[in-house]
Design a binder for this molecule. Structure first.
Ligand code: AYL
Length: 516
């Protein structure tokens, strides 16, 4: 049984991403497109277009050819959009790196993505330089003035009047995701994918030009990149950026800029519901809080909505879906639901064991088909084939059901992925790392429920006999190699890792034992 979207289809133009994004830039002219929340530094729509064209001109002049990759390692600042769309305008590929990453993690992505150039900001220059050693990165550029570094402005050239024509099925962005299994992989999203998903999201979310959005969710991740930056810009709204989350500053920005829609992840919803500070700020312009990337309970959505006097709704999707497959249109709030299937999108709910479709209200694996489904994983045909069926269905690895009113409820995860505060933690990466420790003979990592973070990474480790290593020692070893959110927060020693006959780790068994 194929569930069609209950929403009217939207038109998806055959357009280069940047031509679509900046279609109204001339008209919008001096209107602020992006504002750095803390400082007020502003890029107008006209300024954005000019800078994007100048960057593309500079890149082309340097021999940066269609299909070449530039990496960006930066927190949310207005210039992020210039880098992103300047590269896209030149026909290139942007790979977005998590600025929380360690040198090892950055290095891996630079190599895997085949990045030629790297753009960063002063505070990350040192780690960027170290990480770029031994990769194909030819030069590093720093946004703003920094002594001893090539400024980003050096990349600007004669503005390119027209976008470099590329196949609309060419990759334009390469974010990283572990998907349903294994380690991080480059997710190839095309011009067509991104244009489609912006059109689909705007069609259902009714984002208006007179809106002010807050962009605290990071642009390197598909949620911030598409739902905030790209939907906001295409809608002609003003996007106020925040480089890092700080509750007081977050609330202050809502008040000062009159934020109308707040896109967040569940941990921020918790703060909005519970923290005493919230009452000290004027949030009266707020029309909607939109949560995605991890589960949000019905109770929390209702509680937060009551306190703020607006709806707290959800969207659902995956990096591999550009990312939106489900969202809540204005006036269709249903507590606990992630919304309805996006326009131009189909869904099936499939029994993971038999492959048969299940009935309405019954749980199964969520499968999605539509123009937002990725082209595939970079250089990984096996993972692509395991994720997308021959007839174009993307297996999400999530378990859920649809009710009689077309609302989707996500109830569990079939895949390995752990989500710490909405950030991806691939267990396979931590297991591989644990196995490099001399005292470890085998290891399994699972997510355990946690009130504040949603889930925490927990490790079950088999020690080499007589090694004498402590849990603290091994946790500290992992902490030295991975970003903060991937740290192991609980570690137990076990005699043997439970495995299936084929050698697959029985994660559910470990989880069940821990939760009791
Ligand atoms: P990735 N409820 C439960 N789980 C969710 C939800 C949700 N609302 N949204 C995402 N997930 C989980 O690639 C789910 O397991 O993209 C899914 O497979 O980092 C995984 O997160 C994907 O993680 C929006 C706004 C989607 C945000 C997003 C999130 C994209 C996260 C649509 O409108």
């Amino acid at each position: 049984m194929i569930h069609q979207s209950p929403l009217p289809p939207v038109e998806i133009p055959d357009q280069h991403l940047v031509d679509y994004m900046l279609a109204f830039a001339d008209e919008l002219g001096d209107k602020p497109a992006l504002v750095d929340g803390p400082s007020g530094r502003t890029i107008t729509y006209a300024g954005l277009k000019q800078a994007v064209q100048a960057l593309a001109g500079g890149l082309v002049a340097r021999g940066f050819a269609p299909g070449d990759t530039l990496a960006v390692l930066s927190p949310n600042i207005p210039e992020y959009a210039v880098v992103f769309h300047g590269v896209a305008y030149a026909g290139g590929v942007v790979t977005t790196i998590n600025p929380m990453y360690t040198e090892r993690e950055i290095h891996h992505q630079l190599v895997d993505a085949g990045a030629r150039l790297l753009v960063t900001v002063a505070p990350f220059l040192e780690v960027a330089r170290a990480a770029a050693e031994g990769t194909g990165v030819e030069e590093i550029f720093v946004i703003g003035d920094t002594e001893g570094a090539t400024p980003f402005s050096a990349l600007m050239g004669t503005p390119l009047a027209e976008s470099v024509l590329v196949d609309l099925d060419a990759t334009v962005v390469l974010p990283y995701s572990s998907g349903t299994t294994g380690v991080n992989k480059g997710v190839m999203l095309t011009h067509r994918n991104l244009v489609a998903n912006v059109a689909q999201t705007l069609g259902a979310a009714e984002m208006r030009e007179d809106e002010t959005l807050i962009a605290v969710l990071p642009f390197f991740h598909i949620y911030g990149m598409q739902v905030l930056m790209n939907c906001g810009l295409r809608a002609g709204a003003t996007v106020v950026t925040m480089p890092r989350f700080d509750l007081e500053q977050f609330l202050q920005i809502h008040q000062d800029y009159g934020v109308t829609r707040s896109f967040v992840a569940p941990p921020i919803v918790v703060a909005l519901a519970k923290h005493p500070l919230v009452d000290s700020y004027d949030m009266s312009k707020l029309e909607q809080v939109f949560s995605g990337a991890a589960p949000l309970s019905a109770e929390l959505a209702i509680e937060t909505g009551k306190r703020l006097g607006c709806e707290v709704v959800q969207g659902y999707g995956m990096t591999e879906l550009s990312p939106v497959s489900h969202l809540t249109p204005v006036g269709r709030f249903k507590p606990g639901s992630v919304g309805v299937t996006a326009p131009n999108t189909e869904m099936r709910i499939v029994d993971p064991l038999t492959g048969d479709d299940v009935d309405v209200n019954a749980d199964g694996e969520i499968w999605v088909r539509g123009p937002q489904v990725m082209k595939g994983y970079l250089n990984n045909e096996a993972a692509t084939a395991a994720t997308i069926t021959d007839d174009g269905w993307l297996r999400t690895g999530d378990i859920g059901h649809i009710d009689d009113e077309d609302h989707l409820f996500v109830v569990d995860r079939l895949k390995e992925l752990i989500k710490y505060k909405g950030f991806q933690v691939p267990p396979a990466e931590l297991e591989a790392l644990l196995l490099t420790h001399p005292a470890v003979v085998d290891a399994a990592v699972v997510g355990l429920p946690d009130e504040e973070a949603g889930e925490i990474p927990a490790a079950y480790v088999v020690l080499r006999p007589g090694s004498g290593a402590t849990a603290e020692e091994i946790m500290a070893f992992v902490a030295g190699e991975v970003s903060h959110y991937k740290q192991i927060r609980h570690l137990e020693f076990i005699d043997a890792v439970p495995k299936s006959a084929s050698g697959k780790i029985l994660r559910r068994e470990l989880k069940a034992k821990a939760v009791g």
